[in-house]
Design a protein around this ligand. Structure first.
Ligand code: KG4
Ligand code: ZN
Length: 344
């Protein structure tokens, strides 16, 4: 069975994985940098790239150990080479190039956002191979950096049909968490708080843009939450003056307004493009309200729904290895001068 060593360093997780046959995850190691960035309330690019340099070699060794393999056993070296923080991308890309060159193995550059759509097609060694989608499919990636809609003819023929025009949905969750001093990144904490709140309590705006738009916008919602919490000038009321019940209502109402456009844009995309499957991916896919609204949309359109298990929602290298195998199967090998590309 072919096996791929995969590397992920696009943002603030350093990760390495060994994936066999495009789905069996033999090792998936992740070193989160959250603690390094927490006090700044966001990712500091210079700190992130330095940590990748310090940690990556050890993580690769650890992944190979866990998988019980050696570098020469690999059939390819995969790396997320776009999009991301350029200083971070360069670390992973340089390591992958060096390994591919030294071992004389194929180098496979993978788009990190496309790889999020592969999270639902991985599984552990004990389970059998996952069910595969029927193409064409619609894909939706909801993460800290992206809210994007895709039309997929296959795993390697992917066209973006919608994207955020300002902030990503995960950024909005993180901003709301920051406003309520719930820590960073705070998406999961906002979800937890929302569970005890009333989602209809505050009529936050659901941003749909123009009638046929497939794009997303979250900056207006972010500002609406700020005004609701602190008053219109943004500072008329201290956070301490907002009681626990009101905080929970604001979190629940925000979450409702944040996930609603996802279902509406998906319905528009189904109408315009038609599709035989619906695939969800990205860190915010860990959110129960979002998962259930997207699943409901798939059910309403009578198509199968695919989403990652929680461990493959947030950034990881296994999804890079899985998608890389699909590329390798199609002979889509990268040259040794593969570029690190910040935006695509
Ligand atoms: O995919 P990811 O690990 O990183 C990017 O590629 O951007 O996503 C991280 C994002 C963060 O914004 C985090 O707050 C959000 O996913 N997130 C959640 C939940 N768990 C993680 N947002 C809402 N609800 C959750 N349960
Ligand atoms: Zn990601």
């Amino acid at each position: 069975m072919p096996q791929i060593l995969a590397i992920e360093t696009t943002c603030d997780e350093t990760a390495a994985a060994v994936v066999e046959d495009g789905w069996r995850v033999k090792a998936n190691v992740i070193c989160s940098q959250v603690q390094l960035h927490q006090k700044y309330g966001g990712v500091v690019p210079e700190i992130a790239s330095r940590a990748h340099i310090e940690w990556l070699n050890q993580l690769i060794d650890q992944a190979l150990d866990q998988a019980g393999c050696r570098l020469p056993d690999m059939d390819g070296i995969a790396v997320a080479h776009c999009p991301g923080l350029v200083g971070c991308l360069i670390v992973g890309v340089s390591a992958a190039k060096a390994l591919a060159f030294a071992l004389d193995k194929p180098l496979i550059g993978v788009n990190h956002v496309h790889a999020h759509l592969y999270g639902g097609f991985l599984s552990g060694s004990a389970q059998g191979p996952p069910r595969m989608p029927i193409f064409p499919a619609l894909g939706i990636v909801v993460s800290g950096g992206h809210s994007s809609l895709f039309y997929m003819k296959s795993f390697v023929d992917i066209q973006r049909i919608g994207a955020t025009i300002d902030d990503a949905i995960g950024e909005a969750f993180d901003k709301v968490a920051a406003l309520m001093e719930l820590g960073y990144p705070g998406g999961a904490a906002v979800e937890k708080l929302a569970r005890s709140g009333n989602a209809a309590a505050v009529d936050f705006p659901v941003s749909l843009l123009s009638a046929d738009s497939l794009d997303f916008s979250y900056s207006g919602l972010k500002t609406a939450v700020l005004y609701r919490l602190r008053g219109r000038a943004g500072s008329q009321r201290a956070l301490a003056d907002v009681g626990p019940a009101e905080r929970a209502d604001i979190a629940a109402s925000f979450q409702r307004a944040a996930v609603a456009p996802v279902a509406i844009k998906l319905c528009r995309a189904f109408k315009r493009f038609g599709a035989k499957s619906l695939i969800l991916g990205g860190g915010v896919a860990a959110n129960e309200a979002l998962r259930s609204i997207v699943k409901q949309t798939a059910d309403d359109h009578g198509v199968p729904f695919f989403m990652p298990s929680l461990e493959f929602c947030t950034d990881n290298a296994a999804m890079i290895g899985g998608l890389a195998q699909q590329r390798l199967n199609g002979n889509l090998i990268s040259p040794l001068d593969l570029a690190a590309i910040a935006t695509v």
